[in-house]
Design a protein around this ligand. Structure first.
Ligand SMILES: *Cc1c(COP(=O)(O)O)cnc(C)c1O
Length: 458
């Protein structure tokens, strides 16, 4: 299996290079050159074993089978639930897939526990070091840090917007005691953090000197890891299954689309947006135009540019990278992505529905689910169950529960009067000492800091 760029102007690479590179040199995203078909023999009783089978066609040739099996087994052993991602029925045709039993309480652990270990293995074998820089609104940073906390060949620097993450999110990042883990509170917004990271990557000399790498959701290996739970879940329900996905970046729902493309029995995807509704406007009205980001109760979906959509666009374009690159360039300069009515009718309308959920409705939904089922759900999950109820109605719908309620306790308490408790093992999070480093949103300052902590080339 080889990987090609969605912009068609980079050489094809193997899995290892796609993993370490993240973004292709032409600015595109890596896509496998074909879609392997699932077969029923892929199913095993435990999650890790199915994960090995489903992902194997993508990594074969780059990583030894035994090594890959061990990496998957170790990654999913960090989850607190024996089923790894348990499925919970909440109504006759409604389920929740609890993706938050990993170390940092959000679904990103499913991918990043695996990706951190893959990085470590590949770097160790090559005798290389990398410097990971990333921007986070909260969940990616904590999950990425936990994913690489035992990697000796990685220095990781995570930028987060000061005062805009939840306290649990911040503490999960600032209380990790490891010499190769660094967090920086940036005086600015998430977009400012993201811009600083992009600028560091755009500085070619700096990028090469630091051997920079990324763990944001454009990394193919993250998407690949997320395909697995769509496969296990649609098989567990044993018939055409729809999924409702709280998403901003389109990453999680894209993974579902790939599972369907590989042959999983999936009917439709319902996309749940908060007030940052670029995806909902696109699905409903073919309007993909970026507006200003507004802060909501579901901050991990406060995104106006859904980077992973480029991968579906590439497929919609018959894998024409040049055309995809031109569309993305126009999106960057005009703020609006032009997809034809015919393409929308063929690719989007039959497979996707979408809904937008305000903060008031999010709180109302958390309260409703608590009253009806006695379950506490987090605000991201609540946008999902809300849209699943509104748009479902043709068979079973599984809403992806993307975060543990205790990761966003203020919103949950506001809605229900109940403050969700942190699970065992994290109960002392509020007592652990924090290491906080604050910095202005200034590229030169941040680059100096990265250069001072990176061990690459030493
Ligand atoms: C990251 C995140 C999302 C959105 O994921 P996408 O990559 O945008 O699909 C939703 N909910 C939570 C809790 C998250 O951490």
């Amino acid at each position: 299996m080889l990987f090609e760029s969605t912009r068609g102007a980079s050489p094809v690479v193997d899995f290892e290079a796609a993993l370490l590179g993240g973004l292709a040199p032409d600015g595109g995203l890596y896509m496998p050159d074909r879609w392997p078909e699932l077969n029923s023999a892929d199913t095993a009783d435990d999650y890790a074993a199915t994960a090995i089978n489903v992902m194997w066609p993508y990594v074969a040739g780059s990583i030894d089978a035994d090594v890959f099996a061990d990496i998957c087994t170790d990654a999913y052993a960090t989850f607190r639930h024996p089923a790894v991602v348990p499925l919970v029925q909440i109504d006759e045709q409604q389920w929740l897939l609890e993706l938050f039993h990993g170390p940092t309480l959000a679904f990103k652990d499913v991918a990043l526990q695996l990706v951190g270990r893959l990085f470590d293995h590949v770097l160790e074998r090559r005798g290389e070091r990398i410097t990971i820089v990333g921007a986070t609104s909260g969940d990616t940073g904590s999950a990425a840090i936990d994913g690489v906390r035992h990697c000796h060949n990685v220095d990781i620097i995570i930028l987060y917007p000061e005062g805009r993450t939840s306290e649990v999110q911040r503490r999960q990042m600032t209380t990790v005691e490891a010499d190769h883990v660094h967090t920086v509170a940036i005086d600015g917004t998430f977009d400012d953090c993201q811009d600083l990271v992009k600028a560091m990557f755009a500085d070619r000399d700096f990028r090469e000197r630091m051997n920079l790498s990324a763990v944001n959701s454009i990394n193919w290996a993250r998407v690949m890891a997320q395909v697995v739970y769509y496969v296990t879940t649609s098989r567990a329900l044993g018939g055409p299954t729809s999924f409702c996905v709280p998403t901003g970046n389109f990453g999680n729902v894209l993974a579902g689309w790939i599972a369907r493309r590989m042959g999983a029995d999936i009917h439709r995807f319902h996309i749940a947006s908060n007030s940052n509704d670029i995806l909902a406007r696109f699905v409903q009205d073919r309007d993909m135009s970026a507006l200003d980001v507004v802060a909501t109760l579901s901050p991990s979906m406060d995104i106006q540019v859904s980077s992973n959509f480029e991968r579906l666009l590439f497929e919609m374009n018959g894998r024409d990278g040049e055309h995809t690159a031109a569309q993305m360039a126009a999106f960057r300069s005009e703020g609006r992505l032009d997809v034809s009515a015919a393409q929308h009718a063929e690719w989007i309308a039959p497979v996707f529905t979408a809904g937008r959920v305000s903060d008031a409705d999010t709180l109302d939904e958390i309260a409703r689910v608590h009253a009806d089922c006695g379950l506490l759900i987090d605000p991201h999950t609540a946008t999902g169950t809300r849209v699943a109820r509104a748009n479902g109605g043709d068979g079973p719908v599984v809403t992806l529960a993307t975060a543990h309620p205790a990761k966003f306790p203020d919103a949950v308490e506001r809605a229900t009067g109940v403050r969700p408790a942190l699970p065992d093992g994290l109960a002392d999070l509020y007592e652990r000492p924090e290491r906080i480093r604050a910095m202005a949103a200034d590229l030169a300052l941040v680059q100096d800091f990265v250069a001072s902590v990176s061990r690459v080339g030493r």
